[in-house]
Design a protein around this ligand. Structure first.
Ligand code: BGC
Length: 807
């Protein structure tokens, strides 16, 4: 069943009912100011950090779901309603929500009045613009009142939701004409405030929640709205809100537009006050003037659309498969940008409080956005590297506002360091900017302990070698990619964190997954060392990698697939000898991507075992059979009921590793079959089962052993976005940047007879026309002349290169 449809020409998903199987959301903002908005106008916004600079409130996991947002209530002759359907839930004659790139439009009609809402964050500004157009579509004159509503968060979202003994007494506002200023804690250490403005004279306002709603009402029936009259309340403590009341007389056919600005302002310490106790509003006034008219709004929206047009034109495809085209050209790349902006901090599954930026997550996300915003990828790499320790280990997470490692989570996830090498290599391949390797980067944010980025990569590589276990395989530490395989945790205390508790000194449990990563990513470090003339170092690295490859085949091979790990006691994990958890997806993907066993047949066997044991109609599950009971020696993985999350859920992040692995052994059919199984555009018709947005990937789809097989959770913020883009763009369609040229190696099944990819790289444009002749062998012509091999040398910036590829 569908709840909407794609509009590819406008790059929008059009939702045609407010009652989607789950709130279907979008993100606003590209630089410093961000918002989440659902198809019922739910959500919230923040400046830079979803935990520390939250502007508006949102109550997670509320009843009903998706409560709190940017609401516009309409009152007309005793009737009241909301064009987004929720929160009033009054029936609408028409409803539509269009989620576009960085903006959302919602329109609702009732009783001959149409209301169009537009939400976006303008480029370069720290505000949201909400534009409301009311149109009288009836034959009678209408006299309506429009009430805006947002609820301010007292900045620190965690404190805001817990510290009530203090927070009910700190709220402060100022009201000046049509602008409502929220200035809680500005009197002391904060130098930032928020404001909510409308570009028209108001008939009334409210800033106190209780006055607006009534103590015993929900958002569906605010006192002020049902009554049709503002309370003109000035908040003092309790819960400050922002609400304007606007009156409009509309003749038949007439329309009226209001522009609201919800902004964030920081003042330098010396310029905090206009007069004692009165905030300096100069910066707010500049923002207000910038969005005074709907023409200005239209101009800013056009700029935003142009921005996205430019970004997405870096990699685009034209083929006969419209689902493929819309994933590659629009939604997958868009999701990659959102994961760049948010990491795992704020979605409808992530509260924006718990996690900052993950070390491994951010490095992997980078693979999906480095071609979109290379300069920002550079900064991100340096930020991440600065949270590494001088022994090569790394903080598992850091806070985006402070850019400092998060002590609560600490380090000890032994895969983390290697991802830094992968991210750095991807950046240099994309840009050619090897100077990043010479950047001096602190360890643990301590400038007195700085070394070159190349040295950071060396420490990453050596961290693995210095931490080998009894079989010569890498020690797992707290966890490797799979945060829930906790082989040193041994937790018997309810609620204890599986990731941060280490109850036994962990120098025995080993990870075959990290070994696979080491073999796959080690050569990238060797190439980086060579870029800096370190040939001896590169040779050392290659010999360590070759050694590890042998160790994997000797101690990491189970007969038909790669083992997952050895536990604390030296017992096998992911072996036919195990009762549950006999086979895991991760080592099959990464070891084959590394090339282990490709020449000797193990790779093919491992991927056949994946097909047989792990594949389902909705994607590949993580392990099989699922753990039926809790295992003290395995940790969180066995805490989930069978089929969910890391216990045999379909973890969409690692499905693309299998797709890429299949291309490594040349099995295009399988690779494409796996791709289409989890790519959201192909799942649109089963939205009632899948439930999350059909335009973005989710982290997890319930596996074959789950009661709710096929149901997805944790949409938007997942490494799935980057890895599926890597899989489809670089390995299936086969166009990827390398150090000296563009590598072109499509791996195609029968479904695509031809297509054209346009790829921008290092300032030049490559138009690559691919013909699928079923040979499986790539033949290239560059500007009309045949070339040997699959590498198209980089052209000069500004040039357009025509490539013909037959395969
Ligand atoms: C984490 C990843 C991890 C994955 C698998 C996600 O929630 O963000 O870092 O690799 O789970 O455990």
């Amino acid at each position: 069943m569908q709840f909407g449809h794609f509009d590819d020409s406008n790059k929008e998903y059009v939702i045609t009912t407010p009652k989607t199987p789950y709130p279907w959301i979008n993100y606003l903002g590209s630089e410093n100011f961000f918002g989440l908005v659902s198809n019922q106008a739910g959500g919230y916004c923040f400046y830079q950090d979803a935990r520390l600079r939250r502007l508006t409130r949102y109550r997670y996991n509320n009843v009903p779901t998706d409560v709190g947002g940017r609401y516009f209530y309409i009152h007309e002759a005793g009737d009241y309603w909301t064009p987004s359907w929720g929160p009033s839930k009054k029936e609408l004659d028409a409803y539509e929500c269009r989620h576009g790139l960085g903006y959302t439009k919602i329109s609702g009609t009732r009783g001959g009045l149409k209301a169009d809402l537009l939400f976006f964050v303008p480029m370069g500004e720290t505000c949201e613009v909400h534009q409301v157009t009311l149109k009288n579509e009836s034959k009678q004159k209408k006299s309506v009142k429009l009430f805006s509503f947002i609820e301010f968060c007292l900045w620190n979202a965690q404190d805001d939701g817990t510290n009530f003994q203090r927070n009910f007494s700190t709220g402060e506002v100022e009201v000046v004409g049509s602008t409502l200023y929220h200035k809680t804690e500005y009197r002391e250490r904060r130098n930032h405030y928020a404001f909510y403005h409308v570009n028209a004279k108001v008939a009334g306002f409210d800033t106190d929640r209780e006055t607006f709603l009534g103590l015993y009402n929900g958002f569906s029936e605010p006192d002020v709205v049902t009554r049709g009259k503002s309370g003109n309340s000035v908040a003092s403590g309790w819960s400050p809100i922002g609400s304007h009341c606007l009156e409009a007389e509309l003749a038949p056919g007439e329309e009226r537009t209001f522009v609201f600005v919800l902004g964030y302002v920081e003042n330098p310490q010396a310029e905090k006050w206009a007069s004692p106790g009165i905030i300096n509003k100069v910066r707010a006034e500049r923002l207000i003037e910038k969005f005074a008219t709907s023409e200005q709004v239209a101009g800013e929206l056009a700029k935003l659309k142009q921005h996205w047009q430019n970004l997405l034109s870096g990699y685009s495809i034209k083929s006969s498969d419209e689902k493929l085209d819309r994933m590659v050209n629009i939604w997958n790349q868009y999701q990659c940008m959102v994961t760049f902006n948010m990491s795992r901090s704020a979605s409808y599954f992530e509260s924006g409080i718990g996690r900052g930026m993950g070390f491994r997550d951010s490095n992997q996300d980078l693979l999906g956005f480095v071609h979109l915003v290379p300069e920002r990828a550079r900064e991100r790499i340096l930020d991440i590297a600065a949270t590494q320790f001088d022994d090569g280990s790394a903080y598992h997470q850091y806070q985006p506002l402070t850019k400092r490692g998060n002590n609560e989570v600490g380090s000890g996830f032994n895969d983390d360091p290697l991802w830094l090498i992968l991210g750095t290599a991807a950046y240099i391949k994309e840009t050619g900017d090897a100077s990043i390797l010479d950047e001096q980067v602190p360890f643990d944010n301590d400038a007195s302990k700085a070394a070159s980025l190349l040295e950071h990569c060396k420490r990453s590589f050596d961290h693995v070698i210095k931490n080998l276990g009894p079989h010569g395989l890498p020690l797992i530490g707290r966890a490797d990619w799979n945060d829930c395989l906790n082989l040193n945790c041994f937790s018997e205390t309810p609620g204890e964190s599986f990731q941060t508790t280490e109850n036994r000194e962990g120098r025995t449990a080993e990870s075959i997954f990290i070994a696979g990563m080491f073999v796959a990513i080690g050569p990238e470090y060797a190439a980086l060392a060579e870029l800096r003339g370190q040939t001896t170092e590169a040779a050392r690295v290659r010999s360590e990698v070759a050694k590890m490859s042998e160790v994997v085949l000797k101690h990491g091979w189970d007969g038909n697939w790669f083992l997952r790990a050895y536990d604390f006691f030296g017992n096998k994990v992911g072996s036919k000898e195990c009762k549950d958890g006999q086979i895991f997806i991760e080592p099959q993907g990464y070891c084959v991507m590394a090339g282990i066993g490709v020449a000797t047949g193990e790779a093919k066997k491992a991927l056949d075992a994946v097909k047989e044991r792990l594949d389902t109609k909705y994607g590949i599950v993580l392990n099989n059979p699922p753990y039926a009971e809790y295992h003290l020696e395995l940790g969180e993985i066995s805490s989930y009921p069978p089929g969910y999350k890391e216990n045999a859920g379909i973890f969409c992040h690692n499905n693309p590793w299998i797709m890429i692995a299949e291309t490594v052994i040349g099995r295009a059919d399988r690779a494409w079959e796996y791709y289409r199984k989890i790519a959201p555009a192909y799942l649109e018709e089963i939205s009632e089962i899948h439930r999350t947005e059909p335009y973005v990937y989710s982290q997890m789809i319930a596996g074959k052993d789950a009661v709710r097989h096929g149901e997805a959770k944790n949409s938007w913020l997942t490494g799935t976005a980057a890895w599926n883009f890597v899989a489809v763009s670089q390995h299936l369609l086969g166009v990827r940047t390398d150090y000296t040229g563009l590598r072109i190696e499509p791996c195609l099944d029968k479904s695509l007879s031809s297509f054209t990819v346009t790829r921008r790289a290092r300032g030049a444009t490559y138009v690559i026309r691919v013909k699928n002749e079923g040979t499986g062998k790539v033949a290239l012509k560059v500007n009309g002349s045949a070339i040997e091999g699959t590498l198209v040398p980089y052209a000069k910036s500004g040039e357009t290169v025509q490539v013909e590829c037959s395969v």
